[in-house]
Design a protein around this ligand. Structure first.
Ligand SMILES: [Zn+2]
Length: 147
């Protein structure tokens, strides 16, 4: 445990490589490059992909699958540490995506319910406000007058 800093996953290419590794298919660098090309249409440079794989290997997140006889490299696979690392990355992404969705969601100004496609908008005190329904708008206006 000399290095504690995690690898940065700042591109969709890297993220997709992790997905591929997690899918437990037998992979090689070559296969990964092909999948990236086929699935994402990316033309990520093989060098950057091999560099990333090398970094993952140095971290102990992936390891070579050796061929039984000749000792030739048959492919790469995820180690249990790599599996944990990817789970961590994925949950971080989940949180990010949830936060992004949350921030775009409108809520009813009266009852606080989340509003999706259908909601009711009314201008209250010169301010456009969103409500789930006309009744909530009415309730909101009434409570505003009371206060
Ligand atoms: Zn409401």
């Amino acid at each position: 445990m000399t290095e504690t800093q995690d690898i940065k996953i700042q591109s969709i290419t890297r993220f997709y490589i992790l997905l591929l590794l997690k899918s437990k298919n037998r992979l090689t660098g070559y296969k990964i490059i092909n999948r990236l090309k086929e699935d994402l249409g990316t033309t990520a440079s093989p060098t950057s992909i091999y560099d990333f794989l090398k970094t993952l290997k140095e971290k102990g997140y992936i390891e070579d699958i050796q061929k039984k006889k000749a000792g030739r490299v048959k492919g790469i696979k995820l180690t249990s540490a790599g599996d944990e690392f990817i789970d961590k990355i994925f949950s971080r992404f989940n949180n990010l995506i949830e936060a992004a969705v949350e921030s775009k969601l409108k809520i009813c100004a009266s009852c606080g319910v989340k509003l999706y496609d259908n909601y009711y908008t009314e201008v209250v005190d010169g301010k456009e406000m969103n409500f789930c329904c006309i009744h909530c708008a009415k309730a909101y206006k009434n409570s505003n007058i009371e206060h």
